[in-house]
Design a protein around this ligand. Structure first.
Ligand code: SF4
Length: 472
């Protein structure tokens, strides 16, 4: 039996891509193993959004080099953003690597691995599928289903945020047809999935692909004003209408400048839409936002947030923040901290800036000292932590609807789920995966809630337990 090991290094998008890699390998007769020593194929699915990605890949590759020396026929493959970025260069730097594939070439992996096993020379495939974009359907099966699943609606990015490597590793925006998106969601829900998250780099810039249509058709493309049409909102409405058994619908990550009135109206209208939006802001300073080329202002961001909250009272927000961008001053950081409080974020992914390969901000001096970046990062986490703790404490004594996602990783007697507003809730019970519960909140921790089951609104779904997403 041929055995593979996929090691995922990076973001949500990569976790999703790793699933597609596993599916194409399974369809070719491969079976998973967790043991590198038993693997006939090791795939590193890489991410280059954060610092030292290539360095991390090279040390990870070092750990499996011995496999090839110990056993003939072992194949080493590198996929994802570092593969796309480095291409042939990676084959020169690590001569024991057999296959390098960018994100658009996952479907070719089994054939390339078969060629490598047959003794073919190492190969790199990194050309974007711009003219005939392909999206791999998830392959629903009882073995694979989860309570909560991702569905890709678009790939690539037409923005050019000056710090971001994604446009260069994922290519221009390409959109998946609505029929395929809705079909995949329907198949997942029929198989037991309760919650779907629509996935894309700027997910709310989705438009229906049409012959001859390009992203530039959406007016006015580079304006700081809201740019997109209402097509993403129409897609949400169609999913709600055509897959009525879907319990919850989320999307990630939207770009603030495409948070149109139509999308806000969809939030007010559609019960299936989560009462939570992850809306990356990156900075609260207009000066820094301009240097980042984010194409919105602090005022526009807060105006959109206010409109969303007006449409959906109680909606929660999380965000992404970068500290220490070139030229960022203490005054800029104060603007970010005040925006954190004003927007009331209940969670944030915050990072210290580091220059990424090929990005425009490399031309700017990385002039914020490391210790200052660290202190600013702590200040952001403190501000968000204070908002989060106050928010969670305010929920003690209330009853919340919780979709149980899986067993707790830290306490096997507990199950973990989320509310519609994305608060993490732990409850005690047995075999609850996929259940929708009314939970009385009894205690607030720093990042989660503890509760008691008051009522089972929908019983547990039947997916295989070992495929469930396990939360901390
Ligand atoms: S919107 Fe900006 S940060 Fe997000 S993927 Fe595109 S370029 Fe990167």
């Amino acid at each position: 039996m041929k055995r593979y090991l996929v090691q995922t290094m990076g973001c949500q998008m990569n976790v999703h891509d790793s699933r597609r890699i596993e599916e194409v390998l399974a369809a070719d007769g491969w079976r998973p193993t967790d043991e590198p020593a038993l693997a006939d194929l090791v795939v590193f699915n890489t991410c280059s959004v954060r610092e030292k990605a290539e360095h991390k890949l090279m040390s990870a590759l070092g750990t499996v080099r011995g496999l090839k020396e110990a056993r003939r026929g072992v194949v080493i493959a590198v996929a994802g953003c570092v593969a796309q970025q480095e291409g042939e260069r990676l084959l020169q730097k690590a001569r024991f690597v057999d296959v390098v594939i960018g994100p658009d070439h996952v479907a070719e992996l089994p054939a390339l691995v078969a060629r490598a096993r047959g003794g073919a020379a190492p190969v790199a495939r990194t050309v974007f599928d711009v003219h005939a974009p392909a999206f791999l359907d998830a392959t629903p099966s009882p073995e694979r289903l989860e309570v909560s699943a991702f569905v890709t609606v678009m790939k690539g990015c037409d923005e050019r945020c000056t710090y971001c490597v994604v446009p260069y590793t994922r290519g221009p925006e390409r959109y998946r047809p609505a029929d395929a998106i809705v079909g995949e969601i329907r198949a997942m829900v029929e198989g037991g999935v309760r919650e779907v998250t629509l996935l894309g780099q700027t997910v709310n810039s989705w438009i229906e692909p049409r012959p001859g249509a390009t992203p530039a058709d959406a007016p006015p493309r580079w304006s700081a004003r809201l740019a997109r049409t209402s097509e993403f909102a129409a897609l949400l409405r169609r999913v709600a209408r055509e897959v009525p058994d879907l319990a919850r619908l989320r999307y990630t990550s939207p770009h603030p400048r495409h948070l149109t009135d139509a999308l806000i109206e969809a939030h007010a209208e559609l019960d299936v839409l989560a009462r939570h939006v992850h809306l990356p802001v990156q900075s609260g300073s207009n000066r820094v936002l301009r240097r980042m080329l984010r194409r919105y202002t602090r005022e526009l961001y807060l105006e959109r947030v206010a409109r969303l909250r007006e449409a959906v009272p109680g909606l929660t927000l999380s965000t992404d923040i970068i500290v220490g961008f070139p030229g960022e001053t203490d005054a800029d950081l104060d603007e970010t901290l005040s925006l954190v409080r004003e927007a009331g974020f209940v969670a944030a992914f915050a990072f210290k800036y580091s220059p990424r390969p090929n990005t425009p901000s490399r031309a700017l001096a990385d002039d914020v000292p490391e210790d200052v970046k660290s202190a600013r990062l702590d200040a952001v986490f403190d501000a968000v932590g204070a908002t989060q703790r106050a928010h969670l404490a305010s929920l003690v004594g209330t009853t919340q609807e919780v979709l149980v996602e899986g067993p707790s990783r830290t306490d096997p007697s507990r199950w973990t789920g989320r509310t519609r507003r994305n608060e993490i809730v732990h409850v005690e019970g047995a075999d609850l995966a996929g259940a929708i519960l009314d939970v009385v909140i009894e205690r607030a921790n720093d990042h989660s809630l503890m509760g008691r089951i008051a009522r089972t609104a929908r019983p547990a779904a039947p997916p295989a337990p070992h495929r469930l997403r396990v939360l901390a």
